[in-house]
Design a protein around this ligand. Structure first.
Ligand code: ATP
Length: 355
């Protein structure tokens, strides 16, 4: 498998994930590939071709967070990987974990986020540029609209084709994982021609899955429901930007970014990564919570057909959280990244030994 350690806390938590996966006995040979800030400084690009080639070869990768430096001209590596490999669906489960404080006793939501379109498509016009001037002229003549001269513009394309495949993915996922309801979030009353396409296409495709309940909900109301009655939600299907925001909101409900795993999936390739970013504020201090990437590793093992190893990891994480003896500072403990990972790995070995 390709392993991209990433930036900031990435190398620390990636090492932790390797340690835990090794403890399950799953035979993984890691092809370690550097991407991110350090490579950019050395080679002039944060995403060398060899990284993409490695994922194409191995088809599956585990990745730490990679920072997107603001205003340096580099495209986000995360967005670039999703687009290059056509990883059109992000899967982000939010499950209430034992031992962690939560406002709600029962949270078990999966967010599926469309990963390639919407405001992340990269169609941007810089304030004051000649291109934006032309666009402003066109918009004035086409629609009688005045874009302020000091505005920057990002375009939001949402296509039937792009939506159809993520809807099919979401309903298949619901069936495979025994989830009974798909809720689509949108703002189709305001963004009639982008969110409108998402909503209409989802409603049309949903008809092919009569065994899975379908509902739609405006995104602001959905945010309220996530915070106030998460037990009424099962699988959320969202366009790119709403999916980004709502998955962090869901992570906040179940213990924070330190415990939120994720996967980016397409028909051909799979890239597993935690929801959190590179956390530069705690990088290098051994204080990062390894659970998010460890659980991402469990999702990867499931994907590879190593279901038993995945279950062992989940059980081990739950035991360590329940016992509260080796928690990192974000969870109120004093353990280091390595200390918590070691405790999870030891539990995994114990579970295997007693099986
Ligand atoms: P980036 O620009 O890479 O997204 P960021 O700091 O803006 O980085 P995150 O990395 O997601 O965003 O971090 C948000 C907050 O959550 C930070 O205070 C960070 O320390 C904390 N955090 C994120 N991941 C973890 C983790 N694994 N363990 C502990 N704290 C974390």
């Amino acid at each position: 498998m390709t392993l991209i350690p990433g930036d900031g806390i990435g190398p620390e938590v990636s090492e932790a994930a390797r340690m835990v996966i090794a403890a399950t006995g799953a035979q993984i040979e890691w092809d370690i590939q550097e991407a991110g800030a350090a490579v950019a400084a050395r080679e002039g690009t944060p995403l060398p071709d060899r990284v993409i080639e490695s994922i194409r070869r191995n088809r599956t990768a585990l990745k730490g967070p990679i920072a997107t430096p603001v205003g340096t001209g580099f495209r986000s590596v995360n967005v670039a990987l999703r687009q290059e490999l056509d990883l059109f669906a992000a899967v982000r489960p939010a499950l209430k974990l034992p031992g962690l404080p939560s406002r709600h006793p029962r949270v078990d939501i999966v967010v599926i986020r469309e990963n390639t379109e919407d405001l992340y498509a990269g169609i941007e016009f810089e304030r004051g540029s000649a291109e934006l001037q032309r666009l402003r002229d066109e918009l004035r003549s086409l629609a009688g609209l005045d874009v302020p001269a000091d505005a920057g513009v990002t375009v939001k394309p949402i296509s039937i084709t792009g939506t159809r495949r993520v809807v099919a993915f979401a309903f298949d996922f619901a069936r495979r994982h025994g989830r009974g309801k798909v809720t689509v979030g949108h703002k189709a009353n305001i963004m009639r021609f982008s969110d409108g396409v998402f909503l209409r296409t989802a409603a049309e495709e949903a008809a092919a899955y009569p065994d899975v309940e379908f509902e739609s909900c405006q995104i602001d109301e959905l945010a309220l429901r996530v915070a106030s009655e998460p037990e009424s939600l099962d699988l959320l299907l969202l366009p790119n930007l709403y999916g980004d925001i709502v998955s962090d909101l869901c992570a906040g409900l179940v213990g924070g970014l330190g415990v939120a795993p994720g996967a980016n999936l397409g028909w051909e390739y799979a890239l597993f990564e935690p929801v959190h970013g590179s956390a530069p504020d705690i990088a290098g201090k051994g204080a990062a919570n390894p659970v998010a990437i460890v659980l991402s590793g469990a999702m990867m093992l499931d994907h590879l057909g190593e279901g038993r190893a995945a279950r062992v990891i989940r059980d081990a994480v739950q035991s360590v959280l329940r016992e509260s003896s080796a928690l990192t500072p974000d969870l109120g403990g004093t353990a280091s990244t390595e200390g918590m990972a070691r405790a999870i790995a030891d539990k995994a070995a114990e579970v295997l030994g007693s099986a």
